[in-house]
Design a protein around this ligand. Sequence first.
Ligand code: GAR
Length: 187
Amino acid sequence: MKRIVIFASGSGSNAENIIRYFTTKKTATVVKVLCNNKDAKVFERCKKLHVPCQLFTRDDFFNSENILQQLKKEADSIVLAGFLWKIPTNIITAFPNKIINIHPALLPKYGGKGMYGMHVHNAVKENNETETGITIHFVNENYDEGAIIFQAKTQLNPSDTPEDIAQKIHLLEYEHFPKVIETVMNG
Ligand code: GAR
C-alpha cells in the first residue's frame, strides 16, 4: 500500500475528495494532511474522515528539516491540493517526480506567483476567455512550471461569473485529480 501525504492551505475540498476516493482502493491511501493555516477548513474535513491533519510552521518548512524528515518516513507520494507555499528545494530533491500539484487553469496560462484560487478565475473572466481548465503537473523549483501530466478543459459562457468558473473548475478537479494521482502512483 503506497502512502500519500496531502498538503493543503484552505478549504480542502480536493483533499476530502482524494481521501474518499482512496478509502476504497488497495493500492494507495492518504495517511495524513499537512496544513500551514490554523484556520483552514481542511481540519474539520479531516476530523470527520478520521485522517490526521497536522499544522506546521514556516520554520518547520523553510528553516529546518522537520517536514522533510517526516515526509521521508511517512510518504511515498506528495499531493498539493490548494497548497499555497512554494516547496523548498530539499523536499523537491528528495521526492523526484513524486510531488503532484493541481492548478485551476490551463498552464502555462494563468500560472506563477500570486496566481491561485479566485485570482486565477478573476483573471480568466477579465480576459473574456471562452474556455479554461485544470492542469495536473509534477512540482519543480518554479511555481507551476513542472512537467504537465494531465489537462482537462471546460467551456465558458459570457455570463459566467468568477464564482461560476470556480465551480466548473472544482467539478473537473473532483472528477480527474484522484484518478490521475492513482495512475501516476501505479506507473
Ligand atoms: C483548487 O481549485 C486548486 O486548484 C487551487 O486552489 C483550490 C483549492 O480548493 N490551487 C491553486 O490555485 C494552486 N496555485 P480546495 O481547498 O477546496 O481543494
